[in-house]
Design a protein around this ligand. Structure first.
Ligand SMILES: Nc1ncnc2c1ncn2[C@@H]1O[C@H](COP(=O)(O)OP(=O)(O)OP(=O)(O)O)[C@@H](O)[C@H]1O
Length: 877
């Protein structure tokens, strides 16, 4: 690990000496890091002592650097930890920012540097004031929106200072980029983080010491935890300390990193340096926290408006992810866009689907190898692809000016994350559109993610999530609410750039009669003897006019209803005798495109729904209430008039009959690759037998196979939808599943639903941009451990119940492991129910009353008591 070479132990290192133990240790780090990194700062002798102390009980200090008039110590402890000791203030030092002299600097005017070195004609708002302030040696907290030009606020002063500017940045990819850009401008910049090879690390340190480097980007962990860095910085002339992503300092921030907390202390180490903290997202509470941690008084705050006027904000409920995504992208064909997904497998799946629909896209997430990630990112930045589908790992520091679209396919975890992510669009000031697709299930997923996180953060994170959900559900101006969240007043009545304001502007009209025509036609089609079986398909496209462009995503069946309303006589309608229905030809007052727009509104407002199994359409309770002659005034349907989109001419329609299989949320709980294989098999059987694919097996059965991975005929028989008759397909599907499991090295008993895991651990390491995403499932503990101990009868009962609830709620409630745990530990109260794997407070609140009675009955019948202690799980009776 450590290979010392003689020349590295120069005179300088001999100045350090071992000292007594001190109790003021403030930071701890693994000793091995120090041993590996000490050669520049410690003599051979000390290293020997260090090695000896690694296995003994006593503590040591090494420290003392007379040249810099302060004491810098390291403590090695028995558990191999090292800590810095607080430095003694310099005798002649000035710790107070008020009395600080401006750092020594050249006299070149800022504007000249801006033009000659950075190539910008003039300053962006706030930049000049901030730069002037920093040049005067005054600390600053800078809160400018994404793309507001924050970097220049420390990069430009760095060029005039005679000393070093240290830039703390949590994102490795970002620091690499920035350093490259600076080097292109012939500014001497370098970075240090855990990815830097030892040789480069040492070279950079030498260059810093010799004063060659103007800007040193450094990861917070490297700065805080590596003693040799401190020695180096104390040997150098630090003129400025810039702290990027400063919201990470605050425990109220969306991205709190404990290491950032230590920066307050680091800042104290360099009292003569000016400090600038920068962030794009900081609520008043976060700002207060930064102020306190870094001691930057309020009159040194530069806070720009959070309002990004050019971003159009809208929220839709997510009823058909792929369809809605395609429709949205169609509206922005050939434009550059980012799609954020919650999990890596969503990214892969969606990206693949977009590819098959002709959209040039690439994935980006931490599961991809760094080279591929870099290639994909470059392809996006260089415009070689239109869309990047990514987890939250993507985007920090991405400076692509012409991103026109940000689509959140799932709810982000809070307002700050959302704001930061949408901020990556429209950086050129041109209009960009940000759509959030949101389903109530998202709340559960994020809550689970929060539950897995640090308990001290839970309450605050839940509160932030609730605020964000309230915002997503709100009918008020989205911009105003967002700005209020960041502590800013917004006086404009109607921003005109969010869905709610646009709706408020457009006067709603009574569409009850049109709704009744549509719904009653649908009703009669369903009632007719020749009930039409619709394809499992969606219709997507856009309705364009001079002023508007509306995304359309409709189940294919709606098109058929519209054809009847419009008196079409196509073969299918005649064959089904639907031209004899009383509703045939009753919708001639509107064009086809206008009906699409109406049907879209009926669908979005849930007047009818589409069965994910066979594409059939059904009236909802809401729809039935409207579809009566004696409709109550309160039940009338108000919506947007068809002329809103100016669709008089058929030419304005660009709807394409671009159909594809529907994908419900549930899809993402099973293995989509295996599902595709099974579906392929189903199609070939259907073709051979000349029947519809859904007549072979329903999609749900395939989904369940791709979840449960049955290996034997008995297990196959357990899959829903497989009865005696369908058992004939066991030999068709089982070999595919077995082969897949073998290929993937999966044991069916070990498989469990993927769970979100927090990236807390990432905080303990240097944060690579890709580490900052929701982690992939944790499958460390397997259900197989309990598989011998659960009560099968109870398990079956719980599973049946689960299926019934899942059917109603259109989503899976508990996975197999959770049910097995229930059938092992027999929770009979909410307190014990909540402790079961995969349950948590949210699900307890919702489902305890459904599942507890089953468990209680079972326990009563079999004389079983709950088992609180998981280690003493009983054998089932
Ligand atoms: N005075 C200026 N004139 C023109 N362009 C500028 C100016 N200052 C900065 N820029 C450019 O604006 C873009 C955004 O700058 P920068 O990356 O510093 O923003 P930021 O506020 O740090 O954004 P983020 O929070 O997303 O990191 C960059 O391309 C930068 O070169």
């Amino acid at each position: 690990m450590f290979r010392p070479t003689a020349p590295r132990f120069g005179k300088r290192t001999n100045r350090l000496s071992l000292k007594e133990r001190c109790e003021n240790c403030v930071i701890v780090i693994p000793l091995k890091t120090v041993v590996a990194r000490l050669p520049l700062s410690v003599s051979k002798n000390h290293l020997r002592r260090f090695r000896q102390t690694r296995s003994c009980e006593c503590r040591w200090h090494i420290g003392g650097d007379p040249k810099t008039h302060h004491t810098l110590n390291y403590v090695a402890t028995s558990n191999f930890q090292v800590g810095f000791l607080k430095r003694k203030p310099k005798k002649n030092g000035c710790l107070s920012p008020e009395t600080r002299q401006p750092p020594s600097q050249t006299n070149t005017p800022s504007l000249e540097i801006l033009r000659n070195i950075f190539g910008h004609e003039k300053f962006l708002p706030f930049q000049e004031d901030i730069i002037e302030h920093i040049l005067q040696g005054k600390d600053a907290l800078v809160v400018l929106p994404t793309g507001g030009g924050k970097s220049l606020c420390y990069q430009l002063p760095a060029c005039t200072f005679n000393g070093l500017t240290v830039v703390v940045s949590p994102l490795i990819a970002l620091m690499q980029d920035q350093v490259m850009q600076l080097q292109r401008r012939e500014i001497r910049a370098a970075f240090l983080n855990h990815t830097v090879e030892e040789e480069d690390y040492i070279t950079t340190m030498q260059e810093v010491r010799s004063g060659e480097i103007k800007l040193l980007y450094i990861a917070p962990e490297t700065l805080v935890q590596r003693p040799e860095i401190h020695v180096m910085l104390h040997d150098s002339n630090v003129a400025c300390l810039a702290i990027d992503e400063a919201h990470c300092v605050s425990q109220w921030g969306h991205d709190f990193r404990p290491t950032y907390r230590e920066l307050g202390w680091v800042r104290e180490q360099f009292p003569d340096a000016v400090c600038i903290a920068l962030t794009a997202t900081a609520t008043p509470q976060v700002r207060a926290d930064i102020t306190e941690s870094l001691n930057i008084p309020e009159d040194n705050h530069f806070i720009d408006s959070f309002n990004r006027e050019n971003l159009f904000l809208s929220v839709e409920s997510r009823f058909e992810l792929l369809g809605q995504t395609l429709a949205f992208l169609k509206k922005h064909a050939n434009e550059s866009g980012i799609i954020y997904c919650q999990r890596r497998k969503h990214v892969d799946w969606l990206c693949e689907q977009l590819g098959t629909h002709g959209i040039s896209s690439l994935p980006y997430h931490a599961g991809l190898n760094p080279e591929v990630r870099k290639q994909n990112q470059d392809a996006f930045i260089n415009g070689n692809i239109d869309v990047i589908v990514a987890t939250i790992a993507f985007g920090m520091g991405i400076d692509k000016p012409d991103v026109r679209v940000v689509l959140h396919a799932w709810l982000p975890k809070d307002m700050e994350s959302y704001y930061q992510e949408i901020g990556r669009s429209g950086r050129d000031g041109e209009r960009a559109e940000c759509l959030l697709l949101f389903s109530l299930d998202d709340e559960d997923t994020i809550t689970e993610f929060i539950d897995d996180g640090h308990p001290s953060q839970r309450e605050h994170r839940i509160e932030s999530l609730q605020k964000f959900i309230a915002w997503a559900n709100s009918t008020e101006c989205r911009r105003e609410e967002l700005l209020t969240y960041f502590g800013e007043e917004y006086a404009t009545q109607n921003c005109g750039m969010c869905d709610n304001c646009r709706k408020a502007k457009a006067e709603q009209v009574d569409l009850t009669t049109s709704a009744q025509k549509f719904l009653s036609c649908l009703y009669w089609v369903n009632e007719s003897n020749t009930k039409e079986v619709f394809d499992e398909a969606y219709l997507i496209g856009t309705l364009r006019s001079e002023n508007t462009c509306i995304s359309i995503c409709l189940p294919a069946g709606a098109l058929y209803i519209i054809d009847i309303l419009r008196g079409e006589t196509q073969e299918k309608i005649i064959k089904n005798k639907h031209h004899e229905l009383s509703t045939w030809e009753i919708g001639m007052e509107y064009s086809k495109a206008q009906w699409y727009y109406l049907a879209l509104q009926f669908f979005q407002y849930n007047l009818f729904e589409c069965d994910a199994q066979d594409g059939s359409l059904h009236l909802t309770d809401k729809g039935r209430k409207i579809n009566t002659k004696t409709i109550a005034p309160d039940d009338r349907f108000w919506g947007f008039p068809v002329d809103l989109v100016d669709m008089d001419s058929e030419n304005s329609i660009t709807v394409e009959l671009n159909t594809y299989e529907s994908a419900s949320d549930e899809q993402y709980e099973y293995d989509s690759v295996l599902f595709e294989k099974l579906r392929h098999k189903r199609s070939s059987i259907a073709e051979e037998d000349e029947i519809k694919a859904s007549q072979v097996l329903p999609r749900d059965s395939l989904k369940e196979m791709a979840t449960q991975l049955p290996q034997t005929a008995e297990e196959f028989n357990q899959i829903r939808g497989i009865g005696k008759v369908k058992m004939k397909y066991a030999d068709d599907f089982l070999p595919i599943i077995r082969a897949y499991c073998e290929e993937q090295g999966v044991d069916s008993t070990e498989r469990e639903t993927e769970e979100l895991n927090t990236s807390e651990s990432a905080q303990e390491h240097e944060i690579d941009s890709v580490e900052n995403e929701t982690e992939e499932p944790n499958t460390s503990e397997s259900a197989s451990e309990e598989s011998n101990t659960y009560a099968p009868e109870l398990f079956e009962q719980l599973r049946d119940k689960c299926r019934i609830v899942a059917k109603t709620e259109q989503r899976r409630i508990f996975n197999e492991r959770t049910l097995k745990e229930m059938a092992t530990y027999f929770p009979q109260t909410e307190e014990s129910f909540i402790k079961i794997y995969g349950v948590g407070p949210k699900k307890t609140e919702r489902y305890a009353k459904v599942f507890l009675p089953i468990i209680q009955n079972y326990c009563k019948k079999h004389g079983v008591e709950s088992v609180e202690n998981e280690t003493e799980a009983p054998k089932y009776i």
